[in-house]
Design a binder for this molecule. Structure first.
Ligand SMILES: Nc1ncnc2c1ncn2[C@@H]1O[C@H](COP(=O)(O)OP(=O)(O)OP(=O)(O)O)[C@@H](O)[C@H]1O
Length: 358
């Protein structure tokens, strides 16, 4: 396993001129030895570019990649000793499941007894142990992808295992199990795992540290809790959560907050920076309350949806839509009815130029 340090930027163009010409803007990033990381962000934000730079499939146009302090910027994937799992299964159809799993170890001349033990351990973790003697050819796409995962995880001497959206072809029920399984496997094997996904649930279940990317930039690195409770950027607030954070332009003056013509007194203990800033509050923390109380804005209900385990209320405060996730037992006002929404409390975050004010 290795500590991986990036200090780089990347453009696919020969002569990049502006920020838009960069797939990765200048960044410094450290992946701890033995850590479980997710690179999370929408399509085109630069996740695969970063993964390919780590693996050595791509050389950064500027800067360096270090593994355990050694410069590996120009090194091939083989020289970096990286294992990779891709979106689609890479298995040998003519081999059995067991032979497929053993392949990376045989290639490195590991003694047969050790191979048997390691293949046994990995196949058990992935619940492939009862299929070891079966040919890969006849297996479903799900089972084949499990073999690919196993082949990625089977070597204990790799610098890191990189996953590029590995659960795309997996059916939803199994996906749910495998996400948890990977977390458990990381716990047991202590491998450095870097996992690319655009799916927040996948990232939040699997990773200890999540790197949220937007347009070639890492906008926050943090635990699932950090991203939920204190999004460092409004993009993270929007992107993480279901639905995302309510982000509202406010003006904060002494003891009063203005939002679209409404002024409400600030609750005790809340002191945002002065001026025109943004208020972020998660739908989970947005509560119905009596209008006129500190931190409570008057709103008009737009709709109420029963989402199975909670109700989602959408209301309008001035020209802004605000969402609240409320318990099923709440008796909610009907569409068109006025209500009060408490938007300022200890869970509120404040942003200037889209960045969290700390
Ligand atoms: N080989 C390439 N040549 C030129 N531009 C590229 C190349 N590969 C990626 N890009 C561009 O670089 C940017 C980042 O792409 P990248 O594939 O890294 O993003 P991503 O987050 O992995 O997206 P996706 O989830 O769709 O794969 C995008 O604007 C993309 O169009």
């Amino acid at each position: 396993m290795a500590r991986i340090e990036l200090d780089l930027s990347h453009s696919y163009l020969e002569h990049p001129k502006s920020d838009e010409d960069y797939a990765l803007l200048p960044m410094m990033m450290t992946f701890r030895d033995g850590g479980a990381y997710a690179l999370l962000g929408p399509s085109g934000c630069g996740k695969t570019t970063m993964l390919n730079i780590i693996s050595g499939l791509l050389k950064p146009s500027h800067g360096t990649v270090h593994f355990d302090g050694v410069d590996k910027t120009g090194a091939t994937p083989q020289a970096r000793n990286i294992a990779q799992v891709f979106q689609f299964p890479v298995v040998y159809d003519t081999m059995t499941v067991g032979e497929n799993l053993a392949f990376p170890l045989r290639n490195r001349n590991m003694p047969a007894a050790q191979i048997k033990a390691r293949v046994g351990q990995i196949s058990e973790m992935l619940e492939l142990n009862h299929q070891l003697d079966q040919r890969a050819a006849g297996l479903s796409a799900d089972a084949k992808q499990k073999i690919s995962l196993g082949r990625g995880l089977v070597r204990s001497d790799v610098s890191a295992v990189l996953f590029d959206e590995p659960l795309t072809v997996i059916d939803p029920q199994l996906k749910w199990q495998l996400r948890r399984k990977l977390k458990q496997i990381h716990h047991e094997l202590k491998l450095t795992l870097i996992y690319v996904t655009h799916d927040q649930v996948e990232a939040l279940t699997f990773a200890e540290q999540i790197m949220v990317m937007s347009r070639g930039k890492v906008v926050q690195v943090g635990t699932p809790e950090d991203l939920f409770e204190r999004p460092a950027h409004t993009f993270v607030g929007h992107f993480i959560g279901s639905p995302g954070m309510n982000i509202l332009p406010i003006e904060s003056v002494d003891g009063v907050v203005r939002l679209d013509g409404q002024s409400v007194p600030m609750p005790a203990g809340i002191a945002p920076a002065r001026g025109h800033i943004k208020l972020g509050i998660r739908p989970e923390y947005t509560q119905l309350a009596e209008p006129g109380k500190p931190g409570v804005f008057t709103a008009v209900v737009e709709k109420v949806q029963d989402v199975g385990t909670y109700q989602l209320l959408t209301a309008r405060v001035g020209s802004h839509l605000v969402r609240a996730r409320l318990d099923l037992e709440h008796d909610l006002p009907k569409p068109g009815a006025p209500t009060g929404l408490a938007l300022l409390d200890r869970h509120s975050c404040f942003y200037r130029d889209e960045e969290l004010i700390t």
